[in-house]
Design a protein around this ligand. Structure first.
Ligand SMILES: O=C[C@H](O)[C@H](O)[C@H](O)COP(=O)(O)O
Length: 228
């Protein structure tokens, strides 16, 4: 068992009969979805919402019943990966471009469980480039605003054959902050810029972090403060 699998499987144990569940995105969330799928096959009854088209496809493959937001008022639990986790459980997410749906699902869940291999645990956020989701309309103006405000490199995310487009039809700009001294302040500042839909900083949202290690061990950390 590898570190991501250990964290994913440990998180799946938190899913109980009757729960509504948010399914994250990425290579770590994959293992949680896989294990939840096995549990569903053995009779676990849950309803789930996926945070990306890729995770939705995975849920369908594992026959995990999916529902629309209109059908459920709130989620009991959401399980998702992260690109960086700091000691206060602030996160950078969005390496896979799913940050907007992930944040929506996370903040509408009673418990947001982050699963990460130990390499994701960092003393300060920012070495991983911060993904910022931007509307395509007048995109260049939004980028100009960012560049005027922060003296760090910004790079539009590309994919083979052109610009990267999120499941929501937006672009991603990756910002190389290097070290983010005050994630809460940057969170608010970025949210206030017109043209930015959302960004990958998750501050005061994680309830639990499950760290997976290469030897298969896991460590569970609980947040001391409440969610946003
Ligand atoms: O957009 C993608 C998500 O935020 C992922 O959860 C994050 O990038 C971590 O992915 P992985 O588990 O593949 O490292």
């Amino acid at each position: 068992m590898n570190a991501k699998q250990a964290a994913g499987y440990r998180a799946a144990e938190l899913v109980k009969d009757g729960m509504t569940v948010g399914l994250g995105t990425g290579s770590t969330a994959y293992y949680a979805i896989e294990r939840i799928g096995e549990m569903v096959e053995k009779g676990l009854r849950i309803r789930a919402i996926a945070t990306s088209n890729a995770s939705e496809e995975l849920a369908v493959k594992y026959q995990i019943p999916l529902v629309k937001a209109a059908e459920v008022g709130h989620l009991d639990i959401a399980i998702d990966g992260a690109d960086e986790v700091d000691p206060q459980m602030a996160l950078i997410k969005g390496g896979g471009g799913a940050l907007l749906r992930e944040k929506l699902v996370a903040i509408n869940s009673s418990r947001f469980v982050v699963i990460a291999d130990s390499s994701k645990m960092v003393p300060h956020l920012g070495k991983f480039k911060l993904p910022i989701e931007v509307v395509p309309f007048c995109y260049e103006w939004t980028l100009r605003q960012l560049e005027a405000r922060y003296p760090v490199p910004f790079e539009q995310r590309m994919r083979e054959g052109g610009k990267y487009v999120t499941d929501n039809g937006n672009y991603i700009v990756d910002a190389a902050f290097g070290k983010i001294d005050n994630p809460a302040k940057l969170n608010e500042e970025l949210k206030a810029i017109t043209g930015i839909v959302d960004h990958g900083l998750f501050v005061n949202i994680a309830s639990t972090v499950i760290v997976g290690y290469e030897d298969g061990r896991t460590e569970v950390k609980e947040a001391s403060c409440s969610k946003e």
